[in-house]
Design a protein around this ligand. Structure first.
Ligand code: GTP
Ligand code: MG
Length: 273
């Protein structure tokens, strides 16, 4: 490892998503996970986040599927530490979250590192959605709008790379939360509904460009424009983001209640930090 600095800057995982999706609830769950005295206690009441906050977590690097409830101090396991950065979902507070992704090698100023200038490398993005809110349709446009901006930022990042050096690929987990609620959409429907809505947004935005008098020739939509995903394809799918080294997975889970829990998300994160 590098000996240039006396401290270690941990990599980070950026937690994004609309207000109320459960980002802070998940952060609290994982933070308390391995302290056994609070294991079965309820996740503390959350409130709307206004500033990002980060917590330090560790995965078993020998076996990322080890439960977040396992206290690695008690195991003869190799712990890999990282920061989970919880961000506010409010539309007015999103710009700074997006800005962090707008670099070939996205970093975040780590508030946990004593030196104020230290940067933590963003290894993955978790975009959390409320699968119950998506079921009645009202939340779909605003949720997809935010996801569109996240994916488009990552796509542009791919093109902004300097020289021949390709940027590191960016894995994105769409965490379909609140599956403990019987009204929630299953992960497969969260995926297809989001893909359909992202396709609608893509069509609307490109129409907006054309209506504004900017001709097709003036806009190299695939490179500079707001066109998300591969060119010319009629339907949007997350698979189209692979072309830009953005690898999207959709996995269902729950933070509270009697549902599938958070272990699958934890494993996904553990394999990527
Ligand atoms: P902002 O900070 O505004 O961006 O929202 P957030 O994404 O941090 O949401 P938060 O964690 O504050 O959760 C919002 C509400 O959803 C809280 O009342 C949580 O208790 C609830 N919630 C979170 N996860 C779950 C879940 O898995 N199931 C159910 N039923 N409710 C959940
Ligand atoms: Mg919050």
């Amino acid at each position: 490892y590098s000996t240039a600095t006396p401290y270690t800057t941990l990599p980070s995982v950026l937690l994004l998503g609309p207000p109320g999706a459960g980002k802070t609830a998940l952060t609290t769950l994982l933070e308390r996970g391995s302290s056994s005295d609070t294991l079965d206690g309820p996740v503390a009441k959350t409130h709307t986040s206004q500033v990002p906050s980060s917590i330090e977590l560790s995965v078993n690097s020998d076996d990322p599927s080890t439960s977040y409830k396992t206290n690695l101090d008690n195991e003869s396991a190799t712990a890999k530490k990282f920061l989970l950065v919880d961000t506010p979902g409010h539309p007015k507070l999103r710009a700074s979250s997006l800005m962090r992704l707008n670099a070939a090698e996205p970093t975040i100023k780590s508030s946990l590192v004593s030196d104020g200038g230290a940067k933590s490398k963003i290894k993955a993005v978790v975009f959390m959605v409320d699968a119950a809110a998506l079921a009645d349709g009202d939340a779909l446009p605003s949720t997809a709008e935010y996801l569109y901006d996240v994916l488009l930022t990552l796509q542009k990042r791919f093109h902004s790379r300097g020289g021949s050096r390709a940027p590191a690929s960016m894995p994105v987990l769409v965490a379909a939360n609140k599956l403990d609620l019987f009204t929630a959409l299953p992960a497969a429907l969260v995926k297809s509904n989001l893909e359909a809505e992202l396709g609608r947004i893509r069509a609307a935005r490109s129409k907006g460009l054309l209506d504004s008098g900017i001709g097709q020739d003036d806009v190299d939509a695939g490179e500079e424009g707001d066109w998300l995903g591969g060119d010319g394809s009629e339907k949007f799918s997350f698979a189209q983001m692979m072309e830009f080294d953005v690898d999207v997975d959709v996995i269902g889970g729950s933070v509270i209640g009697d549902g599938p829990g958070a272990e699958k998300w934890w494993k996904w994160i553990g394999e990527r930090v």
